[in-house]
Every structure is written in structure tokens, then in C-alpha cells.
Ligand binder design. Structure first.
Ligand code: AMP
Ligand code: MG
Length: 355
């Protein structure tokens, strides 16, 4: 028996309530969702816009002189990147690449493919943009969900291996072996929020915040000079929060199976695929939140570490050249934070600090 995706709807409603807060910004919700803050200084110029793009609700907010132009440009940038990377828009670069098998791509797509191949290598293939045919087969691209047969999965898995992508980072030439198709959905929103930070800087605004489907990136501090408070959802109950991180100039990006899933015969199937098995990743983690200066890598890493699981995530955190901190929530509900967040994370739940 299939159940409808109740949680997906819950996420959209959460997104809307955030938008409402932004437009009225009368913040009386006990610190929850107050990333957008109540800038009590009525003199402060502020602008905020909502948009539905990349299959999710987005909100961009800017404060200070130039904020109107900054948010207009931010919305244009979201739409531009969406049109470039969409897997379903027939005019998008990714769609054309997936259909034709080879293409010289734009600078944006080049950067994303380069970062994706880097993550693929560092994660021993846990992060793999060639999972796209699996996303289609599971129905995550259309909403017509179904559990594929083992044969279907093993046939599709033959074409899943980003190591086989031919890529020239100078020219931007990309060539995919026959049957291979890519999906940059794990990194696109973080790249977009990173680009918006640049737009904010170019416009000389004081501070700002973007929420792209719940992925947050903060520009500067809040207008009243306090830190932005970003609440992290409880994977078991998205109306609840497992804690709050206070940040300045950071991306705070979460991946979790609860963000998009369906149920069949009592089994939950979510949208983050283990490229080794073709099934939704079962790594023992319910959510991974990455805190980093770099939105693009924060987004890529959140998906990667969700697939890898706690032990490998900690190894990568300790060893890798990526500069990030993380909050992990296990399937049992245990919470772990890395020690760089010791002073900025607070929670009513017990949690352990990884050093
Ligand atoms: P996120 O919400 O950032 O974790 O990204 C999830 C999206 O990334 C999915 O909807 C797919 O488009 C894509 N994806 C799923 N599994 C993987 C994977 N193992 N490696 C790279 N991208 C993935
Ligand atoms: Mg991601």
C-alpha cells in the first residue's frame, strides 16, 4: 500500500510560514525560524522576495541601502541557475547534455561538475552525480513513486560511475558514456546561495539571508549586530527543532531522508541514493547539517556525508581539506556536533561533541 508524502507537504507549509514571517516579520515564535529575525530598528531598509524554483520554496532577504536591487538580482540569479541546471527543462544545459551525451558547458556548470568530481573522489563514490537514471526510476523526478526491481536497479547501476565522465576543466567539454545522465540537485541550491552572497556584496548591502528550500546562507550578521539563529529541524518531527546554531557569514545546509520520501508496504524510501546499491542510503543517519563558509561545498557535503554515515563523515571532517563543521542526527535520535560548533550550538536535547 502506498501512502502519500505527508512530510513533503509539511516541509512546504514550513516554507510558507517562514515566508510569512519575512513579509510581516513580527517574530514571536520562541526563537524558532527566527533566522530571518525581527530587526526592530524601523529605520532599516529591508527587502524580501519569495520564489518557487528548483522544485522548492525560496526566500531571499536583504537589509540596508541597495537591498531592493540586491533581492531583484538574487531572484534573477536563482531563475538563471534553475534554467541552466534543471533536469526537466528541455532548454537547460544539463537536459541537453543528458540527451546529447556531450557538450561544452558554461562556467557555472563547469564549476559544479568540477566540485562534484572532487566530492566523488573524496567520498569513494558515495557522492555521484550520475545517479540521475535511478532518481527517474524511483519516481523522484515525477512524483510517480515506485520501488524498482533488483534487475532494473542492477541494469541502471552499470551506468552509474562519475569516474567515467570525460571532463576538461579548461574548455568545459563534458562527455558522458552511452546511457549515463547527470543530476546536480545535491549541490545546485548551495551554489546558488553562494552566488547570492556575491550579489549581496556587490550591492554593498549591510546584511542578508537566503533560504533555498530550507538551506540557509547568511551574509554578515543581523542588522542589530547579533548573530543569525538558524534552527535545525528534528528529522522525526519537522515541527520540532533539535537545536539552534548562531552564525555570521555561513551556509547552514541540511540533507535528510525526511525531506522527500514515499512509503510502500510499511517501508520508507527517500531521495538520497546510495550509488553502490541503487537503494536509498541507509547509513544510520537521519540528517546531516553542514556549517561552512562555502555554500556549494556545504550542500555537496551534506548529501555526501548522509550517504557515508557517521564514522566516515567524522573521518572526512578530520582529514579533508574542506573546512566545515557538522551536526549529525542518527536514526536513534542521537545528536553529534563537531567541536567548532561548541560555542554556537544550543539545544534542549543531549548531544555529544566530536573532537
Ligand atoms: P540534498 O537535498 O542536497 O541532499 O540533495 C538531494 C538530491 O541530490 C536528490 O534529490 C538527487 O537529485 C541528488 N542525489 C541523490 N543521491 C545522490 C548521491 N548519492 N550523490 C549525488 N547526488 C545525489
Ligand atoms: Mg546537498
Amino acid at each position: 500500500m502506498k501512502k502519500s508524502i505527508v512530510k513533503r507537504i509539511a516541509i512546504i507549509v514550513t516554507g510558507l510560514s517562514v515566508c510569512c514571517c519575512l513579509n510581516g516579520c513580527n517574530n514571536n515564535n520562541n526563537g524558532i525560524n527566527n533566522a530571518f529575525g525581527n530587526n526592530s530598528n524601523d529605520e532599516t531598509e529591508s527587502a524580501s522576495r519569495d520564489v518557487f524554483a528548483m522544485d522548492t520554496y525560496m526566500t531571499v532577504t536583504a537589509y540596508g541601502k541597495g537591498c531592493e536591487t540586491a533581492v531583484d538580482e538574487a531572484i534573477d540569479e536563482i531563475n538563471r541557475i534553475d534554467e541552466l541546471l534543471s533536469v526537466s527543462n528541455e532548454d537547460s544545459e544539463v537536459y541537453i547534455l543528458n540527451e546529447s551525451g556531450s557538450e561544452i558547458v558554461s562556467d557555472d556548470t563547469k564549476k559544479l561538475i568540477e566540485a562534484s568530481l572532487d566530492l566523488y573522489e573524496k567520498s569513494a563514490g558515495a557522492y555521484d552525480i550520475t545517479i540521475y537514471p535511478l532518481m527517474v526510476k524511483w519516481g523522484f523526478t515525477t512524483g510517480s513513486y515506485k520501488v524498482p526491481s533488483k534487475d532494473e536497479l542492477s541494469t541502471l547501476l552499470k551506468n552509474v560511475d562519475a569516474g567515467k565522465i570525460e571532463f576538461d576543466k579548461e574548455s568545459g567539454f563534458v562527455s558522458l558514456p552511452n546511457g549515463m545522465q547527470i543530476d546536480l540537485g545535491a549541490i545546485a541550491k548551495g551554489y546558488t546561495s553562494q552566488r547570492i552572497m556575491q550579489i549581496y556584496e556587490n550591492n554593498g548591502i549591510d546584511c542578508g539571508l537566503v533560504s533555498l528550500g530550507g538551506n540557509i546562507q547568511a551574509y554578515g550578521k543581523k542588522y542589530d549586530d547579533s548573530l543569525w539563529k538558524i534552527a535545525i529541524e528534528n528529522p522525526k518531527d519537522t515541527a520540532d527543532y533539535i537545536g539552534v546554531i548562531q552564525v555570521e557569514d555561513k551556509a547552514v545546509i541540511t540533507s535528510g531522508g525526511y525531506e522527500r520520501f514515499f512509503e510502500e508496504d510499511g517501508e520508507v524510501y527517500h531521495h538520497i541514493i546510495d550509488p553502490k546499491t541503487g537503494y536509498p542510503a541507509k547509513s544510520g543517519l537521519s540528517s546531516v547539517t553542514i556549517v561552512s563558509d562555502d555554500g556549494m561545498y556545504a550542500d555537496g557535503l551534506s548529501t555526501t556525508l548522509f550517504v557515508m554515515g557517521k564514522e566516515e563523515a567524522v573521518k572526512l571532517w578530520k582529514q579533508s581539506e574542506y573546512d566545515f563543521e557538522m551536526v549529525l542526527v542518527t536514526d536513534e535520535g542521537d545528536i553529534y556536533i563537531t567541536d567548532g560548533l561548541k560555542d554556537s550550538f544550543s539545544s534542549e536535547y543531549e548531544y555529544e561533541v566530536i573532537e
